[in-house]
Design a protein around this ligand. Structure first.
Ligand code: NAD
Length: 395
């Protein structure tokens, strides 16, 4: 079986799906690895390194002629580049990558129409045995780190307390909203840089994790008993809840030099946690990094990939922070891909073991149709008969 790694075509995407060090692991599985020329260059990996690891360097067309194509961004996640790649698909080809299947389902349908099998890595179930395949976690972790560095660079003050002969500087106050994977890493990074860190999350279970990183957990008198799904994600709360939350958060936000927003609800628009009015109450020079900007934003006024300055407050809306540390994010993503592919191969690829939760939950398209129940529902398609087993991934 031939496996190919393609060069990413999405603007600004610098990651690569497989690093040279991972080639031998695939060879051990009996897979021959092709790498599109230049695929790893933006992440710091040359064609020669892939060659030395045992891969053959090929053109994009040759890469798409392989049995399985690996990418960071595939289908709806690779932007306008998808149109050209869609026409390269052969019936039976297996695509593995992040596909944005819950929102960009049209591209998945186009891949299905061409007979491709599509595995969307965003849908890897968050279960213990799939932890090393979890691309959302591996990438969000580094994104949280980068968000704090962005804030530190944009801030007209330093983060740590500093006692010098010329006087003592007080530490910056950093508030992290949403303490999932990205948020916890943002807290840890801000702590390492010496800031005074506090954090808030709607899921009460997070309090201990925040405190274990040495940050203060912001307690709000809100009824949050029903805020967590069985899978550990936040549930969408009513508008009344969010209004109350914003009111209570106002003072904490106004008192912060940096706010890092990471709050998300899977498959939905991000909740607004910081209003324009709250921004207006912040000190000029303060910085907000809205990591949810691409999903509508946690902060009113944030714009995807833009810097907005309102009343002296800088609002950043980065949408692809993992691409800013491509050497390491590619290394982690590559490990996720190898573990996932190993699982697929051991489960009988090109057949798909639908009795296995990991294979079933990630399979979006096969045999000319979208087969994932949730994505069929989103795309307005009727359920398949007999209905496919329901995935465990909340979406
Ligand atoms: P996410 O990106 O969906 O959301 C980020 C955070 O925003 C979450 O902590 C969420 O509770 C929070 N949030 C949502 N609405 C909010 C609001 N109104 N106010 C404040 N915060 C709000 O989440 P994630 O980072 O992907 O992780 C979610 C959960 O999944 C965590 O419990 C994490 O531990 C768990 N997880 C499990 C595994 C595993 O078992 N393999 C792997 C990764 C993550």
């Amino acid at each position: 079986m031939q496996v190919a790694v393609v060069k990413e075509v999405f603007p600004g995407e610098r990651r690569v799906a497989l690093v040279p060090a991972a080639v031998p692991a695939l060879a051990k599985l009996g897979l021959a690895v092709r790498v599109e020329s230049g695929a790893g260059v933006a992440a710091g990996f040359s064609d020669d390194e892939y060659r030395a690891a045992g891969a053959s360097i090929v053109s994009r067309d040759e890469a798409f002629a392989a049995d399985c194509v690996l990418s960071v961004r595939s289908c709806g996640a690779c932007g306008e580049g998808w149109c050209a790649d869609r026409d390269r698909l052969r019936p039976g080809v297996v695509l593995v990558g992040m596909c944005d299947p819950l929102t960009a389902f049209d591209a998945c349908r186009e891949a299905a129409d061409r007979g491709a099998s599509v595995f969307a890595l965003e849908l890897v179930p968050r279960i213990t045995r799939a932890q090393s395949m979890d691309v959302l976690s591996s990438q969000a972790n580094i994104a949280g780190y980068r968000a704090v560095l962005l804030a530190a660079n944009a801030l007209p003050r330093i983060l740590p307390m500093m006692t010098t002969a010329a006087g003592t500087l007080t530490p910056a106050k950093v508030l992290v909203l949403g303490a999932g994977v990205a948020g916890l890493q943002a807290i840890a990074t801000a702590k390492r840089l010496g800031a005074q860190v506090s954090a808030y999350d709607v899921r009460p279970a997070v309090k201990e994790q925040v405190q274990s990183l040495g940050a203060k957990f912001v307690e709000l008198p809100l009824e949050t008993g029903a805020s967590e799904t069985a899978g550990g994600y936040a549930k969408a709360m009513g508008e009344e809840f969010y209004a109350k939350q914003r009111e209570l958060l106002g003072k904490v936000v106004a008192d912060s030099d940096v706010v890092v927003c990471t709050a998300l609800i899977p498959g939905q628009k991000a909740p607004v946690l910081v209003t324009a009015d709250m921004v207006a109450r912040m000190r000029p020079g303060s910085v907000i990094v809205d990591m949810a900007a691409e999903r509508g934003g946690n902060c009113e006024g944030s714009r995807p990939d833009q810097t907005v300055v309102v009343g002296g407050v800088t609002i950043l809306g980065p949408t692809n922070l993992p691409a800013e540390a491509p050497f390491h994010t590619s290394q982690l993503y590559s490990k996720n891909v190898v573990t996932f592919l190993t699982h697929l191969v051991k489960s009988g690829l090109p057949e798909v073991a639908l009795d296995d939760e990991i294979c079933r939950d990630t399979l979006v398209a096969k045999g000319g149709a979208i087969v994932h129940p949730k994505i069929r529902e989103r795309a307005g398609l009727p359920p398949l008969e007999p209905p496919a087993a329901s995935p465990s991934q909340p979406a």
